[in-house]
Write a protein that binds this ligand. Structure first.
Ligand SMILES: [Mn+2]
Length: 199
């Protein structure tokens, strides 16, 4: 399934597909663009099936319900909602259009890469592990961005070869998504990616 979310400041596309032969997708995401910011979360629930879905869906729901919060407190909320569940890896990205900055925080193996028109890549390192409701440290960092920057966030179900060249070589997020189609067919896990361009 594909969802677009766009306004004059951002153009994004989210793609999600479950592991072949399963009813529940263990990945969840939420994307929203307001006039002030763009917020997105991607979560990969531990394990598979319904248990994985319960964790990741709780995370995307809590971010949806509190998207105006800052990234650090959203991570704390995500950690709280998976208490007594299996847990999940989580990444949250919040782009603030007014000051041309974005804030990113991640626990676990979800990958985020941003490519600037001037040729610079931003590739924040996550904290290893997953959210489980236990006390947790976060690495929440802010960066400034250039107009025209492209980014991708994706779960480990997407085995794409060079994501850096993908962001560099393709001009639109639709082109990137079309190129990724071949890799989505090869999946052996739930798969989610979000591509976007900051305008
Ligand atoms: Mn996975």
């Amino acid at each position: 399934m594909i969802q677009f979310e766009s306004n004059p400041f951002v153009h994004t596309l989210a793609y999600q597909v479950g592991k072949k032969g399963t009813v529940y997708c263990g990945d969840s995401y939420f994307i929203k663009a307001t006039n002030e910011y763009f917020i997105c979360v991607v979560a990969d629930g531990l394990g598979s099936g319904e248990m994985a879905y319960m964790s990741s869906a709780a995370i995307s729901r809590v971010v949806e319900n509190h998207h105006e919060d800052n990234v650090q407190s959203l991570m704390e909320r995500c950690n709280t909602v998976v208490k007594d569940k299996r847990g999940a890896t989580v990444s949250i990205l919040k782009v603030e259009f007014t000051n041309k900055q974005f804030v990113y925080s991640s626990v676990g193996n979800i990958v985020f890469v941003l490519y600037s028109p001037s040729g610079k890549f931003i590739y924040p390192l996550p904290i290893l592990g997953y959210l489980s409701g236990k006390p947790q440290k976060y690495r929440t960092q802010s960066y400034s961005y250039e107009k025209g920057s492209k980014f991708i966030l994706y779960t480990d179900g997407l085995k794409a070869p060079s994501v850096k060249s993908l962001l560099k070589d393709f001009h639109t997020i639709e082109d990137i998504s079309n190129h990724l189609e071949a890799y989505t067919r090869k999946r052996d896990d739930d798969l989610t990616y979000i591509v976007g361009q900051l305008l």
